[in-house]
Design a protein around this ligand. Structure first.
Ligand SMILES: CC(C)(COP(=O)(O)OP(=O)(O)OC[C@H]1O[C@@H](n2cnc3c(N)ncnc32)[C@H](O)[C@@H]1OP(=O)(O)O)[C@@H](O)C(=O)NCCC(=O)NCCS
Length: 165
């Protein structure tokens, strides 16, 4: 089946373990921040996923910081499924979701800066994202030696309501 045939869908509570398994593959390599199942579960409404044969193969979550700013969080594609446009598909989907909610700017903290540049994000100074820094980053153990790269994109107005695609 080609990647176009895989649907992006809102996560269900039963997906929490699969999302956790997927994120752990990358948090173990320190490419993503770790998230426990207990942290993921109440945030399930923020997650979009792609599933293959009852396995969560890709996920992303949307965090909202202010009436303007949202964050692409926990974007991950299972290593067996990378390089097939699933990451791009989920990034577009989470941007559509954010736009539909009225979010006008999306940020990410990332080690894959070039991936985000490809989709219209620009690298910015961390100081230009005070909502994130003072609400979240200050509590992070890596605050004083954070090496993630902040990227930001201004979202277009929604053209019409299209939920996740
Ligand atoms: C980064 C990640 C989400 C990319 O997912 P993916 O499904 O392999 O990416 P796609 O196949 O959708 O790639 C789309 C395009 O981006 C490019 N791309 C993918 N990963 C890239 C990277 N690390 N750096 C630069 N470009 C990249 C691809 O070459 C492709 O370009 P093309 O359309 O010209 O061929 C995935 O590798 C991953 O889960 N990485 C670990 C977790 C992580 O770092 N997530 C980001 C957190 S903010």
């Amino acid at each position: 089946m080609s990647p176009q045939n895989y649907a992006v869908r809102p996560a269900l509570v039963k997906d929490a373990a699969g999302i956790h398994d997927l994120l752990t593959k990358y948090s173990d390599q320190e490419l993503l921040l770790p998230r426990t199942i207990n942290e993921i579960l109440p945030q399930i409404p923020q997650f979009l996923v792609i599933e293959d044969q009852n396995k969560i193969i890709a996920c992303v979550s949307l965090e909202i910081f202010s009436v303007e700013l949202g964050e692409v969080r926990s974007l991950a594609v299972d290593p067996d499924y990378t390089k097939q446009q699933f990451g791009a598909k989920l990034l577009h989907a989470v941007e559509s979701y954010a736009r539909a909610l009225g979010v006008s700017k999306m940020m990410a903290l990332t080690y894959v800066e070039d991936f985000f540049h490809k989709y219209g994000y620009e690298t910015v100074e961390m100081t230009s994202l005070p909502e994130k820094v003072w609400r979240v980053c200050v509590k992070c153990p890596r605050f004083h030696h954070c090496d993630e790269i902040p990227v930001l994109k201004i979202l277009q107005e929604p053209v019409g309501f299209s939920c996740f695609e």
